[in-house]
Design a protein around this ligand. Structure first.
Ligand SMILES: Cc1cc2nc3c(=O)[nH]c(=O)nc-3n(C[C@H](O)[C@H](O)[C@H](O)COP(=O)(O)O)c2cc1C
Length: 362
């Protein structure tokens, strides 16, 4: 039987009702890392819209792991508690709630995009950032953010932060933990030769650069219940062909190791490590070929993201076996009800929220 956008996806003991995921998207609207009314409405309305999975934005495992001061965090039980009602609401709607666990590494301590995304000096509310090497991110504007090369102790601390974050997330009802290994943030910084010039067992060869990210995935898997899936988001390439960098071959080599470390689905994105990146094109489905390449290298499920905007396109992605999950970001900013509309357009009968039943047929 051909699978389609509305074929449930079974991962571990979870049945995801359809193949649409709301991509993680920073809202820069948390207060001291705490979820606010914005998160409740934003995440909640996308669950009302019928997406099979709603993934939170990058949720920092520590204050220093934030991108901006407005990032969501889960570095204390109180932070997790602030998300609990929203998680319960999403589950009651039949959506599977996921949390993207993240550490921003050297890309932290910046203002939100609407204030320019520029570095915040330490004496103006910013913070020193951690990275594999003491090489600051080359922000086009502003002074570089002070960047410390991580010691082995730092790495143990960050691993413990991911572990505690995952435990808290499970405690409040999240059903998927996604480890953020993409977009030039801390774990991607270990993978990429652009940002990792360590000379210990965490730098140099592919095996060494992959070691810490794999340790983190194993740590999360270790505390995440066996019956629930772990996702990992990767950047398939740095888009820096002219210098030693992370590329598709590295990704193809990495994904079986991620699966061995406990990843059930690889969410395939790209880029973000350096402002010199040369993005070839970003039209419809621009990263789908990367997802296909990754799928060839692993038995884990694969999600495609980037420029997926229409029901037909998302449905074809699944029908043609190019990916197991259609992940949509910006389209969900335009239309929280994408999935309900997709069902209507594709002629599939799905349950609507009873409150919205009158809007079902034009
Ligand atoms: C406002 C905004 C915030 C984002 N924040 C995150 C994030 O927190 N974590 C992440 O992995 N990707 C983040 N992304 C990237 C999206 O998840 C997605 O991969 C990207 O927008 C491409 O998909 P699209 O073409 O469907 O939007 C963000 C994108 C946008 C537009």
């Amino acid at each position: 039987m051909t699978e389609s956008l509305f074929t449930p996806l079974a991962l571990r003991d979870i049945d995801i009702p359809n193949r649409v995921m709301v991509s993680p998207m920073c809202q820069y609207s948390a207060e001291d890392g705490f979820a606010t009314e914005w998160h409740r409405v934003h995440l909640g309305s996308r669950a009302v819209g019928g997406a099979g999975i709603v993934m939170t934005e990058a949720t920092a495992v520590s204050p220093a792991g934030r991108i901006s001061p407005g990032d969501l965090g889960i570095w204390s039980d109180d932070h997790a508690d602030a998300l609990e009602e929203t998680v319960t609401f999403m589950r009651d709607r039949g959506t599977v709630p996921g949390i993207q666990l993240a550490h921003a590494g050297r890309k932290g301590s910046v203002t939100p995009p609407w204030d320019g995304g520029t570095p915040i000096p330490v004496d103006e509310g910013g913070w020193e950032v951690l990275a594999p090497s003491a090489d600051p991110y080359p922000h086009p504007e502003g002074d570089p953010v002070p960047t410390q090369a991580m010691t082995r102790d730092d790495m143990d601390r960050v691993k413990a932060q991911f572990r505690l974050a995952a435990e808290r997330a499970h405690e409040v009802g999240f059903q998927i933990a996604e480890v953020h290994l993409a977009h030039g943030y801390l774990l991607h910084e270990f993978l990429s030769p652009v940002t990792n010039d360590r000379d210990d067992e965490y730098g140099g060869s592919f095996e060494n650069r992959a070691r810490f990210p794999l340790e983190v995935v194993e740590t999360v898997r270790d505390v995440w219940p066996d019956e629930l899936p772990v996702f990992v988001r990767i950047s398939a390439t740095d888009w820096l062909p002219d210098r030693p960098s992370w590329d598709l071959d590295g990704s193809a080599q990495l994904v079986p190791l991620l699966a061995d470390a406990g990843a059930d689905l690889i969410d395939v994105s790209s880029g973000g490590i350096h402002p010199d990146q040369q993005v070839p094109e970003s039209g419809p489905g621009y990263q789908i070929p990367y997802a296909e390449r990754v799928a060839d290298a692993t038995d884990a499920a694969v999600g495609a993201v980037g420029g997926i905007t229409t029901p037909e396109q998302a449905d074809q992605l699944i029908r043609n076996g190019r990916a197991d999950l259609a992940i949509l970001g910006r389209e969900h900013l335009r239309n929280p009800y994408f999935t309900l509309e997709a069902a209507h357009e594709l002629g599939v009968d799905v349950e609507w929220p009873k409150q919205y039943e009158r809007g079902r047929f034009r």
